[in-house]
Design a protein around this ligand. Structure first.
Ligand code: 3ON
Ligand code: FE
Length: 490
């Protein structure tokens, strides 16, 4: 399981930019095959299906989109059974994907800078943003759903990945409603006698914003739903949960819609970080009745939370924090980003004292990191191990090339790196059936291997990442860098 050293690598970097850029090539093809090229062995107890979502197209018929977050959602599926694995991928057949494929050109404005060709005149007063279904994919209540935070989910056939249409979550969502891309599964919901439940949210941003919480039982029915109006414009990508709370970080951002309305900029480019304002931690009680608490802390920008839990009346939250909003350059190509000038994510721990309504925080990992995951049984509870994508180097901002395991009990860590020619993303933890230790299981991570311009599913034994992959499943092609995925034992 070796990586070859590329010639063009600069001495102080663990990667070459050309290698990294190639992982952002579109993958317009759809595949369906048994994976035959496997190094190592797939553990026989590892059974189920790994789903991953992410932008499959970084251009429309040769015309580059402005930012990967604007790319059309493509689902990859790897079904693992008795040591064998089957790969397939399909684009979510969204209205916009189909229309642009037919037209052979960009027809929609994106949230992160993609504009219709023809300058501001072609974009002014055009608020028709496409639901690109590119951020997450979950299997819950016998439904496979592709999620994008600003619109309704798309329902897919879990076997064929065929798009079945927009889903209303059993009649709960109306056209135009959103269903965020970051549901959390509470493994033992207090309000449901300890049964699991899926907690998700929706945000209607504005001068004041509305957050709606949805809790779904294992058959997919909405068992609780409540809405809350909070002051100010809210850009809330993720949420953490505890048994009693949904937790949001309202980053100190301002939204000036004018450049968007006039066709100059995308909504994501109208967001300004204000370092003189505080970040607000919003605590919404999951009973839907008790009062919402808003508590201020240091200004920072958070996309993803790792976990949260309750301890002696305090609430602790581990989150990936940026010094400021990593704003979208209006002119430049995202492939040319200068990593040294954009903020890097670091892991912070916040401790909220509910009585004094004060917050203390500490940086628990300075290494540039993103895409945290943990054992599903520990979601919302104290936990010992966190797994997260990280840069190869201990300092500075760089693409993710490694997976880091943090042990909060012994304060030690382990790392497996795919550098110099491999690039990682989100690890997904799969518990070993019947396992009792918190790290008894595997990490599944789709990596991009620039040496072969293809992707691999890497299976790591979570107990000891330094052993290197248990198995490395070589795909026949690459999958562009993705966003989030999930595993279902089915
Ligand atoms: O008024 C605006 C309306 C609107 C539609 C507000 C708004 C900007 C919040 C909004 C839409 C927001 C959307 C659609 C956000 C989508 C986010 C997305 C697709 C992905 C976010 C990814 C986050 C991270 C941290 C990714 C990291 C990636 C790497 C480290 C690279 O491998
Ligand atoms: Fe996310």
């Amino acid at each position: 399981l070796q990586n070859r050293q590329p010639q063009n690598i600069s001495s102080n970097k663990s990667y070459s930019r050309q290698d990294w850029q190639k992982g952002y090539e579109s993958q317009p093809r759809e595949f369906d095959y048994w994976i035959e090229d496997i190094e190592g062995e797939i553990p026989p107890e590892l059974q189920g299906t790994f789903f991953k979502n992410g932008p499959g197209l970084l251009d429309i018929n040769g015309e580059s989109i402005h930012h990967p977050f604007d790319g059309d959602g493509m689902i990859s599926k790897i079904a693992i059974n008795q040591g064998r694995a089957h790969f397939s991928n399909r684009f979510v057949q969204t209205e916009g994907y189909l229309a642009e494929k037919k037209a052979g050109k960009i027809l929609y404005r994106g949230v992160f800078g993609t504009q219709k060709p023809g300058g501001w005149l072609a974009n002014i007063f055009n608020f028709n943003i496409k639901n690109i279904a590119n951020t997450n994919v979950i299997y819950w209540g016998n439904k496979l759903l592709a999620l994008w935070e600003a619109a309704q989910p798309h329902r897919l056939d879990p076997h064929t990945l065929e798009t079945l249409g927009l889903d209303t979550i059993q009649g709960t969502l109306n056209p135009g409603d959103a269903f965020a891309a970051h549901p959390r599964i509470d493994p033992h919901s207090q309000q449901d006698g300890g049964a699991p439940c899926l907690v998700n949210f929706a945000v209607k941003p504005g001068p004041s914003s509305t957050i709606t919480i949805y809790e779904l039982n294992p058959t997919g029915e909405v068992v609780r739903q409540h809405s809350h109006i909070i002051p100010g414009f809210a850009f809330l990508h993720d949420m953490a949960i505890t048994p009693n709370y949904c937790i949001f970080f309202q980053n100190p951002v301002r939204f000036n819609p004018l450049p968007f309305l006039l066709g100059w900029r995308s909504p994501g480019q109208c967001i300004d970080f204000n370092p003189h304002e505080k970040t607000q931690i919003i605590l919404i009680p999951r009973d839907g009745k008790s009062a919402v608490k808003i508590i201020e802390t240091e200004p920072c920008f958070v996309f993803h939370h790792a976990n949260a839990w309750e301890e002696n009346g305090d609430i602790l939250i581990d989150s990936v924090c940026y010094d400021s909003f990593p704003s979208v350059d209006p002119d430049g190509d995202f492939r040319e980003v200068d990593f040294d000038t954009v903020p890097a994510g670091q892991l912070w721990r916040f401790q909220v004292n509910l009585e004094t309504e004060t917050v203390q925080h500490q940086v628990i990992e300075t290494r540039c990191c993103e895409f945290p995951c943990l054992h599903p049984e520990q979601v919302g509870r104290p936990y010992r191990y966190l797994y997260i994508g990280t840069a190869h180097a201990t300092e500075g901002n760089a693409p993710l090339q490694a997976v880091l395991k943090l042990d909060f009990q012994t304060q030690t860590q382990q790392i497996w790196s795919a550098a110099p020619r491999g690039f990682t993303g989100e690890p997904v933890f799969v518990p070993r059936p019947g396992g009792t230790r918190e790290d008894d299981g595997w990490l599944l991570v789709l990596i991009y291997d620039a040496a072969h311009h293809r992707s691999d599913l890497v299976i790591l034994d979570a107990e000891d990442l330094t052993r290197g992959p248990t198995a490395r499943l070589h795909l026949k092609h690459h999958v562009p860098y993705g966003l989030h995925g999930s595993f279902t034992p089915e």
